[in-house]
Write a protein that binds this ligand. Structure first.
Ligand SMILES: [Fe+2]
Length: 276
């Protein structure tokens, strides 16, 4: 297909129940509501929304019960992968209407969606009860088979944990298990346009195999940009953001954008030309 297609990616919603603030500070529900309103008002409107994990803060059913109606306010389809703050079974129970999610108990929530100009493959990188990420050997075999059967279909992989070392000390203590094997696999399948990740709560890019990893900022709080090995586990409230992936003329351009209010827009030009 040759038509253009617009994908918004949001990440790390960390939603809580009962109006509670994350870490006693962050109004994650208010932030998500502003994000949904913003995405619904975008012109052109995104065709779909991807949510790259940490949907809620503690994986509890009451948190997913708050999340579901908020995401249902989106005017476009949205697709979810879990993060380390999620709970597979509680997520599945709350999102029974998300029919692309697999239903086999205890298995990683890996999925494929074929109905868009870009093929979408969701990968569950969580290790139940742990902070770090992994892809099991069985998941890598499944991914290899999936990619091998449609080598000409431009494809996005959506996974919570970025399979690389970020340089932010406290986020790197648990290396991604099987990252090297994943990178070799990606190298064999150049139709993978992007690996779309979250977890790091700030935008990053890295070459990976024959592709590119893009990490999405959080919808609420960001991880402090501190590249010292001893960086403490701190967050801040710098402007939250999202990624807008624009498939156009058979190429994908990724834009980094922020939520919130700021001055502008202002014109560069008036009737006399460039404003002096
Ligand atoms: Fe997170």
């Amino acid at each position: 297909m040759n038509r253009s297609f617009l994908i918004a990616q949001i990440s790390d919603l960390h939603l809580k129940a009962a109006q509670r603030l994350s870490y006693g500070v962050v109004d994650t529900l208010g932030a998500l509501r502003r994000a949904v309103d913003h995405l619904n008002a975008l012109q052109p409107r995104p065709d779909i929304v991807l949510v790259s994990g940490d949907l809620v803060d503690f994986g509890r059913p009451d948190e997913y019960a708050v999340l579901h109606p908020e995401l249902a306010r989106l005017h476009m389809s949205c697709y979810l992968v879990p993060g380390n703050h999620d709970h597979r079974e509680h997520l599945l129970a709350a999102f029974a209407d998300h029919t692309y999610l697999p239903r086999s108990a205890g298995e990683p929530l890996d999925w494929v969606v074929e109905e868009h100009p870009l093929r979408l493959i969701g990968l569950d990188t969580t290790i139940p009860g742990a902070h770090g990420g992994q892809l099991l050997d069985s998941q890598l075999r499944w991914l290899d088979e999936q990619l091998a059967c449609r080598p000409d279909a431009p494809t996005l992989l959506i996974l919570h944990h970025p399979p690389f070392t970020s340089g932010i000390g406290h986020m790197d203590r648990e290396p991604f298990i099987n990252a090297a094997a994943l990178e070799r696999l990606i190298g064999r399948h150049p139709q993978v346009e992007r690996l779309l990740c979250g977890h790091l709560h700030r935008p990053m890019q890295r070459r990976f195999g024959a592709s590119l990893i893009c990490v999405c900022p959080g919808t609420s709080h960001q991880i402090v940009l501190d590249l010292q090995p001893t960086a403490p586990a701190h967050f801040n409230l710098e402007p939250p953001g999202y990624l807008l992936h624009h498939w156009h003329e058979q190429a994908l351009v990724t834009h980094n954008a922020v939520f919130g209010e700021y001055p502008g827009p202002y014109p560069f030009y008036d009737a006399h030309g460039l404003i002096d």
